[in-house]
Ligand binder design. Structure first.
Ligand code: GTP
Ligand code: MG
Length: 584
């Protein structure tokens, strides 16, 4: 959510604060040899997200995915475990409270288990036998949550029986590993799909995201009974990269609306409430109190910052056990709708996510995007650019938002704060595209297209899927699909846009040269996408282009020689620092 408040946030010392946030890598530990493991194995097409499949099985609606995941999270608990633990005994102990559907372990400054019971009652049963720790020097705030701490009654007798928990690493690949994987790929299409597979959120990561929202919802419910905390943004829109932040939306809209139709007779009962002068003030007050609550009572919630003066007020904190950087907002229903729209676009055609992930990684590798708010292009804007580009293909790969609106039925109708957010929800009713372009060609064309786009006069608009005259003078204008008078990339300055254009042109040029002379996979030399993710290669292209002294053919030949001779290790690391970030 960093981008929304950019204008107002600029004066806040977020850089320092944000950089302190702990971002542990999750080492997931598998759970073989148990009943839960069987269930897990079935589910565990672990690197498959629930979207973007090539098969023809019906695709789930966004609301269906959300509902299933939410319900699953409500039956799930998070347990901080001792490092040496017998998995078998642990599961047996928990099974006293009811059958377990699935579980997994991960390491994040300690060992944690995520355990999903079959029934919600099991959680209550476990809570009923859980004690509040008695502190010797400090005082504990007795908050009963679903985040537990498991202690051994007799640690020495247990360690000998400790089973070997098989570990599998689910953090994104190192730069070196990624470079190797990309070098050995058979085609550029294979490279783009490999990158997607390595960076997309895993099944476990998704579960942990929904569980974290559910735990925060329990806290917020202490004030607002029946509230809902929903994930939005890249955690759910199918474009999330491992390590991306967790955007949460505190939904208070359902409160008090549940039974209004059921009341009979001549009377209508309303809650006595406090009134404030505006929605914005109400939002600020609610987030302020929830921020306090997270800070004082929220187990594992640290570094709480209330950023209430931003355009979209938010509470930012780090959820230590999951390692997620969280942004909690409320009254932000349109963003949830944007997430649903992106989910539809990401799920309609399997090329979309592969292309978006590659462009996001490319942008990150060249510091076009950043986790710090500023004049950079955001991942959200980049995704919009890819969607727009895919709408412009012939035939189009993605439909326009206006077309999705024409397919909507009465149930899909949605107006939020006067903005028409109607579009079809059932993906299965959208006809697949007849376009058969390869990912390789799409990547090249993307760079060509935006390397030559008339940013000075045209606006990007996924609602209509065609360029329009810019209504204002911002260097980059990408129309907000629902609040159509807004520009989602208003923060981008001319020099950042120019950097994007230069890099796009250079990347297009490199790919066009490579066509003629591609190293063989066995040569272990970076090529295709691997070359594009190396900042040093692009800067050498830029330099070579600037010199322009030698005849073109000789220049190209020399440049290609220099690209080929650069080893992956040298190029993916600069002064020991990683250049391709694992975080979006
Ligand atoms: P990453 O977190 O970078 O992986 O991507 P993200 O899509 O989650 O972006 P971010 O966390 O910055 O924002 C979360 C969501 O808020 C986005 O997916 C959008 O739905 C919405 N959002 C972000 N920036 C803007 C903006 O400038 N305008 C509007 N209207 N919505 C935005
Ligand atoms: Mg986000």
């Amino acid at each position: 959510m960093a981008a929304r408040g950019v204008g107002m946030l600029a004066c806040l010392p977020l850089y320092a604060q944000r950089s302190q946030v702990l971002r542990p890598t999750h080492r997931l530990l598998s759970c073989s040899g148990t009943v839960a493991a069987d269930v897990k194995r079935e589910e565990q097409s672990s690197r498959n997200v629930e979207t973007g499949s090539e098969d023809r099985t019906p695709k789930k609606k966004f609301s269906e995915v959300q509902k299933e995941r939410r319900e699953q999270a409500q039956r799930t608990v998070l347990i901080h475990c001792p490092n040496k633990i017998s998995e078998k005994k642990f599961l047996k102990y928990l099974s006293q409270h009811g059958p377990i559907n699935s579980h997994f372990f991960y390491e994040s400054f300690g060992l944690y288990a995520v355990v999903e019971f079959s029934q919600k009652e099991s959680v209550t049963s476990l809570q009923n036998v859980t004690r509040t720790p008695s502190m010797e020097t400090e005082a504990a705030i007795p908050f009963k949550s679903r985040f537990f701490n498991l202690k051994m009654k007799n640690p020495s007798s247990q360690t000998s029986e400790q089973s070997c928990i098989q570990s599998s690493n689910h953090s994104p690949p190192s730069n070196k590993k990624l470079s190797e994987l990309l070098c050995y790929a058979e085609s550029m299409d294979d490279q783009l799909n490999t990158l997607l597979k390595e960076f997309q959120l895993t099944e476990e990561d998704i579960k942990l995201r929904y569980l974290t929202c559910s735990l925060i919802e329990d806290l917020a419910a202490a004030y607002f009974q029946d509230c809902t905390v929903r994930p939005f943004g890249s955690s759910v829109n199918s474009f999330g990269k491992l390590g991306c932040d967790l955007d949460m939306f505190l939904d208070l809209d359902e409160i008090g609306k549940l039974n209004t139709n059921k009341t009979s007779g001549n009377f209508l009962m309303e809650f006595q409430v406090k009134n404030v002068p505006s929605e914005r003030i109400a939002t600020q007050k609610i987030l302020s109190v929830i921020g306090e609550c997270l800070d004082h009572f929220g187990p594992g919630c640290v570094g709480v910052q209330k950023i209430l003066n931003a355009r979209c007020p938010l509470v930012r904190f780090s959820h230590q056990a999951s390692g997620f950087q969280c942004d909690l907002t409320t009254n932000n229903r349109i963003a949830l709708k944007s997430s649903e729209l992106l989910y539809i676009y990401g799920t309609l055609d399997s090329r979309v996510r592969a292309l978006v992930f590659s462009i996001r990684c490319w942008a990150r590798a060249h510091s076009l995007t950043s986790s710090i708010p500023g004049s950079w292009i955001t991942n959200f804007s980049l995704t919009m650019m890819v969607i727009f580009f895919l709408q412009r293909r012939s035939p189009p790969i993605l439909p326009t938002l206006d077309y999705l609106k024409t397919l909507a039925d009465a149930e899909d109708k949605c107006i939020i704060e006067g903005h028409n957010c109607t579009f079809i929800h059932d993906l299965n009713r959208i006809k697949p595209s007849g376009n058969t372009e390869t990912l390789e060609s799409l990547l090249k064309e993307f760079f060509e297209y935006f390397g030559n786009f008339a940013f000075n006069k045209n606006s990007i608009n996924i609602r209509q899927g065609r360029e329009q005259n810019k209504p204002e003078s911002s260097p980059l204008h990408i129309q907000n699909p629902f609040e159509t008078s807004l520009n989602i990339s208003k923060n981008v300055n001319q020099s950042q846009l120019q950097k994007f254009v230069d890099l796009a042109r250079e990347s297009a040029w490199i790919l066009s040269q490579e066509d003629k002379d591609r190293p063989s996979p066995s040569s272990n030399q970076p090529w295709g996408l691997a070359t594009l993710l190396q900042p040093s290669v692009l800067s050498s292209v830029s330099l070579a282009k600037k010199k322009r002294k030698k005849p073109a053919s000789e220049r190209i030949k020399n440049l290609l020689e220099s690209i080929k001779s650069s080893s992956p290790e040298n190029d993916t690391h600069t002064n020991g620092k990683r250049t391709v970030s694992t975080q979006a």
